[in-house]
Design a protein around this ligand. Structure first.
Ligand code: H2B
Length: 99
């Protein structure tokens, strides 16, 4: 189900590192910066397994230690709870790697 602006507001407040855009019906983006390429790959591998298990996949690109991510839900032409949950997981995995 597509989240309304009213529903999104408090959810996005809990994801301060993510930027929301109205493009493509609604999407969120975040740049993750890691120590080096190996750590960025570790992040992407962990998230890839999670994404496949949940059938919800990030659009992303990697340059050395950076990973640029866009999340949106094609089926609803905008943001759904699946994007919010994946963003939370990505934040948690990145935080754990930074320890
Ligand atoms: N990932 C994302 N980010 N959005 C989707 O709408 C989506 C997906 N849909 N992964 C899934 C796969 C869909 O294409 C399959 C058929 O369930």
């Amino acid at each position: 189900m597509k989240l309304s602006n009213e529903q999104l507001q408090p959810l996005l407040a809990q994801l301060p590192a993510w930027q929301a855009s109205p493009a493509r019906g609604g999407l969120i983006t975040r740049r993750f910066v890691f120590r080096d390429f190996a750590q960025a790959m570790g992040f992407m591998c962990q998230i890839a397994v999670h994404a496949e298990k949940n059938d919800h996949h990030p659009e992303w690109s990697n340059v050395y230690n950076r990973v640029d991510v866009t999340l949106t839900t094609h089926d609803v032409d905008g943001l759904s709870m699946r994007d919010i949950r994946l963003a939370r997981t990505m934040d948690q995995v990145a935080d754990a790697l930074a320890q």
